[in-house]
Design a protein around this ligand. Sequence first.
Ligand code: LLP
Length: 417
Amino acid sequence: NNAVFTRRDGELHVEGVSLTAVADRVGTPCYVYSRAALEGALDAYLDALAGCPHLVCYAVKANSNIAVLDVLARRGAGFDIVSVGELERVIAAGGDPGNVVFSGVGKQAAEMRRALEAGIRCFNVESAAELELLNGVAGDTGRRAPVSIRVNPDVDAQTHPYISTGLKENKFGVDSDQAMDVFARAAALPHIDVIGMDCHIGSQLTQIAPFIDATRRMLALVDRLAGAGIHLRHLDLGGGLGVRYRGESPPPVHDYIAALRDCIGDRQLELILEPGRSIAANAGVLLTEVLYLKRTPAHNFALVDAGMNDLIRPALYSAWQDIQPVVEGTGGTTAIWDVVGPVCETADFLGRDRELTLSPRDRLAVMGAGAYGFVMSSNYNTRGRAAEVMVDGGQIHVVRERETLADLLRGESRLPE
Ligand code: LLP
């Protein structure tokens, strides 16, 4: 995607289309995605997996716009979903439910029913209780539920501090010490087909070692299960590969996949992966416009028209995303700026301490905003959510209209007289 987002004569372009043209046409704030960048990121996975039975299930949560799913489905992706809403998006995008895996710790009976009806590839079951419910729902609908058990591989966070989500991770998957029992129970249930094992150890990982650690632990279990007569068809190693926002140097997809393939060796297992961020993050930017410049004794504030309701990663995780002027060299005030939004919260910033040369009305691009951007946006402060645009070759397609005031008030009412 370095080839996709380029600066030409001082102006940022995506696939040859100027971002000024996009902002003029669609307004700001708006998310802009590149079809070529999405396809390039998916292709990196598909190329690295050639010759090995595989399914790349893009994690829909990272960016669930129907056009994004459409582009990826046409290119051969399956999908990892976490709700029936995401399933309906995949279906609306023309995706094949037969290539969908359903993750998540809190699946409800109605969601299971719909997913069974649609004929999804696999339920990634996260607890013994969920397994029992799924068996019941499958029985009621006269179907068998294909199941993978999500194992918490307990990768040592001490040796791999980048997985700093130990507490959070605890709610996910089945404890590895209990996994054999849960598999045995699943194999004994009348409406369940045990077909796989899955894990997901965290997100924005920049080293291969924890993935290898987790894979080895999973494979040890796979082998034990085989010894007990339970033969799995696939191993789903989740997502989590990091991207470069700033100085990170995550392993190239090819090295990561090669290492996983190496671990699996000659076992007859289909490899499923659930990448989200590494497909979408660098395929999108958030475009915003400078409203006011406000210089105080303590800080220089650039007030822009996108806020934490549009992009919450900086406020929520202190995440750093690059902020670039759409047009360079037009003059203005050079200073160290806090780029902040209109929302009434001190946490409402897109970036702090950024050296930029700015004038009011300048457009800025927040880079790396294609994953966990729009999907995490909200209507806080009764702000309509941003428009979304897909650039495809020379074309600008609005793939989600900017929300209107009518959209925002819909469904609410006063009390009766
Ligand atoms: N599979 C499962 C079961 C997951 O929980 C996730 C992400 C993925 C796949 C995709 O992981 P990825 O390849 O995108 O790392 N909102 C946060 C990220 C939360 C990730 C949650 N799970 C952020 O903005 O950094």
